[in-house]
Design a protein around this ligand. Sequence first.
Ligand code: RB5
Length: 144
Amino acid sequence: MPNEVIAIACDHGGFDFKEILKSDLEKMGYEVADLGCNDSSSVDYPDYADKLADALKVGVAKRGVLICGSGIGISIAANRHLHVRAALVHDALTARLCREHNNANVLVLGGRTTGIAVAQDCLKVFLDTDFEGDRHQRRIDKMS
Ligand code: RB5
């Protein structure tokens, strides 16, 4: 959706992907809120999960992207925040299902476990897929 802001953050294991996906988002017409990190120096992924969660909470963006080496640590950290539904995905199918069934508001990718072309595909699918609601909303409500 043009004019929408997408927040993006990563640790050093996701820095290269962040730069590429940020550029993809801008080419698609999104505004990007880049919350770091800003190079491949070693940092701690919980700090960047928290930055993105805070950006969603205050309304900087409604949706976001997080990347660490495996995607695991940063998704665990992000999901400590009740308003975040962060989904670690590995292909277009899981990217689609995390939107349709889980209304995920944060896409999580592993910069060392997923190929960049697959990650780019996941990003497009995540952005373009709507939540199906209905019985899935009932299940999400039980987690809130
Ligand atoms: C950093 O070395 C690495 O542990 C981190 O990017 C991530 O894979 C943790 O889950």
